[in-house]
Design a protein around this ligand. Structure first.
Ligand SMILES: *Cc1c(COP(=O)(O)O)cnc(C)c1O
Length: 354
C-alpha cells in the first residue's frame, strides 16, 4: 500500500477471481465460462465494429437496449446495459445503499457482494443458508432492509421458486430487493415479469454465461424505470461509455441468435445431468444445480485435496476455503469431452486415495 492510498479503502479486501492460467494446459472448469465460442454472427459483428474504434460508443447503447427490451419483454426505460453485470450490481449498491440503508445477503453466495458493500462503505449482514444450503425465504420476509440474492445462488447452484422471491419483494416495499439472475437461463425461474407489479425489484443478468460472452463484458439491470433512472445517474457520474462498441455490436448479434441460445443452454443442462449422475455414482453429494456448474462433495477426499489433485492432472475446478463449504468443489459444466475427462481424472484421484 502506498502512503497515498485513501484511508477509506485501507481495510478493503478485493474480490479474488478464479485462476486464469496463461498457458492452455488445463481443462478449465473453474470460472463458469461457457465452453462454447459465440456464434459466427456475433464474432463478425464485433469485427465489423472494430474499424470504428476511434469513435466513442453510444452512451445510451440505444440499439442494443431496444433489442434487449424486446427480448426480455420490457420497455427501453426499464433496462440498463452495463459492463458485465458486476457493474450493474455495483451501480445498484452505490445508488440504493449507504450507512443508513444497509444490505443483507446469504452467508454463502457470490463473493463480490461484501466487496461492493465495503468499497462503498455500506454496512452488511449475512444470513446463514439452511443446513441443506438452500435460502430460507422466511429469513428475508418483512425485514425492511435492502437485499441481494443470487437466484439461482452461487456457488451452491440451488434456486428459489418465483413465488418465494415475490414474497420477499412484496414484504419489503420500502427497500430495494436485487435479484442476481446470472445463471437463470440454465433452469431457474426469472422474476422479470414481476417488475410491473413491484417498484422495488431490480434484476441483474449477464451475457457472460448463457450467451458465451464473458470476455466481452456485458450485463444488464432490469426494473422499474425510476430505479433504472437512478442507476443512470450513477452511470453518467462514473463511466458514460460503459459498454464499448465491439461489445454492443456482439451483444446485439447475440440477441438475434435465439435458436443458438436455446440449444446452447440445453447442451449445458444435458452435460450437467450427465456429470451429476457420474459423480453421484462415485459417492459424491451433488447439490441440485440450476446453473452451469455443479457443487459437489466427495465422501472420500476433502475439497482442497481434490482441487489440488485434479489440478495436478490438468483439470482446474474451484474450491472455497470457507466455513461449511470447504469440502465442496465447484465444477463448471464444459463440453461432453471435458466432462468425460473430469470424471475420468476424478475416478483416478479416488482410486489413489484408497
Ligand atoms: C458471473 C456472475 C456475475 C457477473 O458476471 P459478469 O461477468 O460481471 O456479468 C454476477 N453474479 C454472479 C452470481 C455470478 O456468478
Amino acid at each position: 500500500m502506498s502512503k497515498f492510498f485513501s484511508a477509506k479503502y485501507a481495510a478493503l479486501t478485493p474480490y479474488v477471481p478464479g485462476e486464469q492460467p496463461k498457458d492452455a494446459q488445463y481443462i478449465k472448469l473453474n470460472t463458469n465460462e461457457s465452453p462454447f465460442a459465440p456464434p459466427a454472427s456475433v464474432v463478425a459483428a464485433a469485427k465489423q465494429e472494430a474499424g470504428k474504434l476511434h469513435l466513442y460508443s453510444d452512451p445510451e447503447s440505444a440499439l442494443l437496449t431496444k433489442k434487449a427490451a424486446e427480448v426480455w419483454g420490457v420497455k427501453d426505460t426499464q433496462i440498463l446495459m452495463t459492463n458485465g453485470s458486476d457493474e450493474a450490481l455495483n451501480f445498484a449498491f452505490m445508488a440504493f445503499c449507504d450507512q443508513t440503508h444497509p444490505i443483507v445477503f446469504p452467508d454463502i453466495t457470490y463473493g463480490f457482494y461484501p466487496v461492493f458493500a465495503e468499497l462503498n462503505g455500506i454496512p452488511y449482514e449475512k444470513i446463514p443458508l439452511k443446513e441443506d444450503f438452500s435460502v430460507d425465504y422466511h429469513d428475508y420476509v418483512g425485514i425492511s432492509k435492502n437485499i441481494v440474492i443470487a437466484n439461482p445462488n452461487a456457488p451452491t447452484g440451488l434456486a428459489l421458486p418465483l413465488w418465494q422471491i415475490e414474497e420477499i419483494v412484496k414484504s419489503n416495499p420500502d427497500n430495494v430487493v436485487i435479484i442476481d439472475e446470472a445463471y437463470v437461463d440454465f433452469g431457474g425461474e426469472s422474476c422479470v415479469p414481476l417488475i410491473e407489479k413491484y417498484d422495488n425489484l431490480l434484476i441483474t443478468q449477464t451475457f457472460s454465461k448463457s450467451r458465451s460472452l464473458a470476455g466481452a463484458r456485458l450485463g444488464l439491470a432490469i426494473g422499474n424505470e425510476t430505479l433504472i433512472a437512478d442507476l443512470n445517474t450513477v452511470k453518467y457520474s462514473t463511466n458514460p461509455y460503459n459498454v464499448n462498441r465491439m461489445t454492443a455490436a456482439a451483444g446485439y448479434a447475440a440477441l438475434c441468435e435465439a435458436q443458438w441460445f436455446e440449444s446452447n443452454c440445453a447442451a449445458i443442462q444435458e452435460n450437467r445431468a450427465y456429470t451429476a449422475a457420474a459423480l453421484k455414482k462415485m459417492g459424491f453429494t451433488v447439490l441440485d444445480s440450476k446453473t452451469n456448474f455443479l457443487f459437489a462433495k466427495s465422501d472420500k477426499i476433502g475439497g482442497r485435496a481434490l482441487y489440488e489433485k485434479l489440478k495436478a492432472k490438468g483439470v482446474l475446478v474451484r474450491q472455497f476455503n470457507a466455513p461449511r463449504i470447504a469440502d465442496f468443489v465447484r465444477i463448471t459444466i464444459g463440453t461432453k469431452e471435458q466432462m468425460d475427462a473430469l470424471i475420468e481424472r476424478t475416478a483416478e484421484v479416488l482410486e489413489e486415495e484408497k
